[in-house]
Design a protein around this ligand. Structure first.
Ligand code: ZN
Ligand code: ZN
Length: 458
């Protein structure tokens, strides 16, 4: 395929960023705003396998791949096949002296509906199967159009969908949840892994590779070329100072209207005006703190064994694993269900608080690293929710042996989703508020990061 080529014009542009005192106005094509520190930058020309990082905060702006459309299409189709296999065959079965059960993957959600937890069931179904399927079908449709050199209908809408769906896909977290559930029941029953289990592991891995293969910068250039950035845009300065905003979906630099509300002229997504106060994050954090109380006070699951019913809270579950000597599993549940949500709430709260302080503890780089960690770890708290979903589906033999979800499961799912939203709504640009670009980074290091020894011509 003759791929649309990106304009290569930057051998001087990055150097112009290094000349920070001159701040010359450079060509208005291929300008980008770092989403994390708001610095306006010029993209260097990149070969496949290279990436361009922000010289101030280290955020990766663009990563190039060889044959991006073919690569993403092949990976998306392979992932869809493993997903189809994962839902078509038995997932896990267990047996205790003749009493047992065998489940399919979709039953982890459908059983929860029968147990009066439709919202938790919906979250499991969306994050594990539905959203990844939407993502993979949209990506395949997009890539097919680009390979045929004629974008298929609705390609732009689907390209916008990809960015919104990506953070909510949690097949990899579900694999860890399955492993924890298996270790929990292996001690008391004979467990058999079905074909679906192995397909699902392959699906989770391929899904990660597929999301990493997408070069959205190239994708949007191929779909819609690239309009010039607004006149007078100056690299090496914060975009907000110049009344500019970088689109989070397609990357184009737009001028923000006076009202602060505007849409990207290329992809039509809403632009992100700078919110120094992070009020939405604070509101979401307050909601998650409120939900964290019932999540811990109410049982997350209720176990019935030979007519004996035992409710267990999150902490109770951790202590049970400890008593049984399953130290690694107790640690996983403790870290995912207690340490991660609590430290995430505290870290975000602290980041919002220090924005308003004159004497800010820690450097900007340390604070941005803390923010990146909170954003990365948040989704892993879903492990406990998935463990409940799997055990509830698998162990349901009435009064002999069954597990039901408790009210804490819904509250805990709400905590995970609310803290994830709070991290997404936090504006990392507030960390760099008032920072001069020259104070915190050697801008002369701008340029593509080459994995090989090739010398950069930028
Ligand atoms: Zn940056
Ligand atoms: Zn855009």
């Amino acid at each position: 395929m003759a791929e649309p080529s990106l304009p290569e014009e930057n051998s001087t542009i990055s150097a112009s960023v290094a000349h920070r005192h001159a701040r010359p106005t450079v060509s208005r094509r291929r300008l980008r705003v770092c989403h994390e520190c708001d610095l306006l930058l010029a993209l260097p020309s990149l070969k496949s396998g290279e990436k361009a990082d922000c010289p101030r905060c280290g955020h990766t702006l663009v990563r190039r791949h060889a044959n991006p459309a073919e690569r993403s299409l092949a990976l998306a189709i392979a992932t869809l096949i493993t997903l189809a296999l994962s839902v078509a065959f038995p997932f896990i079965s267990f047996d205790i002296s003749g009493i047992g059960n065998r489940i399919e993957l979709t039953e982890t959600a459908s059983t929860l509906i029968g147990q009066h937890q439709p919202l938790v069931a919906l979250c499991v179904l969306l994050t594990v199967i539905v959203l990844p399927a939407i993502y993979l079908l949209s990506l395949s449709w997009l890539c097919l159009g680009l390979i045929l050199q004629h974008p298929l209908p609705r390609s732009r809408q689907l390209a916008r969908t990809l960015r919104h769906v990506t953070p909510w896909m949690m097949a990899d977290v579900f694999v860890i949840g399955t492993l924890v559930s298996l270790i929990k029941i292996m001690g008391m029953a004979h467990v058999e892994l079905g074909l679906s289990f192995w397909s699902f592991c392959a699906y989770a891995l391929l899904l990660l590779l597929t999301t990493q293969s997408v070069d959205s910068d190239w994708l949007w250039f191929s779909l819609d070329k690239e309009p010039q950035a607004p006149a007078g845009s100056k690299v090496g300065l914060a975009a907000a100072e110049q009344g500019l905003s970088g689109c989070h979906t397609c990357g184009l630099v737009n001028r923000l209207p006076e009202s602060g509300k505007g849409r990207c002229q290329r992809c039509d997504e809403p632009l992100h005006p700078y919110h120094a106060g992070n009020q939405v994050t604070l509101a979401l954090l307050a909601a998650s703190v409120v939900m964290y109380l019932p999540a811990n006070l109410y049982p997350i699951m209720i176990t019935t064994s030979l007519g004996d019913t035992t409710p267990s809270t999150i902490i109770g579950g951790v202590l049970l694993f400890l008593q049984e000597g399953d130290f690694p599993i107790a640690m996983i549940i403790f870290v995912a269900s207690v340490l991660v949500p609590v430290s995430k709430m505290l870290a975000l709260l602290w980041l919002c608080y220090v924005v308003h302080q004159k004497q800010r503890p820690l450097s900007q780089m340390s604070r941005i690293r803390l923010y990146r960690i909170t954003e990365f770890i948040g989704r892993w708290s879903m492990v406990d929710v998935f463990v409940v979903a799997i055990l509830v589906a698998l162990i349901r033999n009435g009064s002999i042996m069954s597990i039901e979800p408790g009210a804490g499961a819904l509250a805990f799912t709400a905590v995970v989703l609310l803290t994830m939203l709070a991290a997404m709504m936090f504006d990392p640009r507030s960390i760099w508020q008032g920072a001069s670009p020259s104070e915190h980074a050697d801008l002369s290091s701008t340029g593509p990061q080459r994995p090989s020894k090739e010398s950069s011509h930028v």
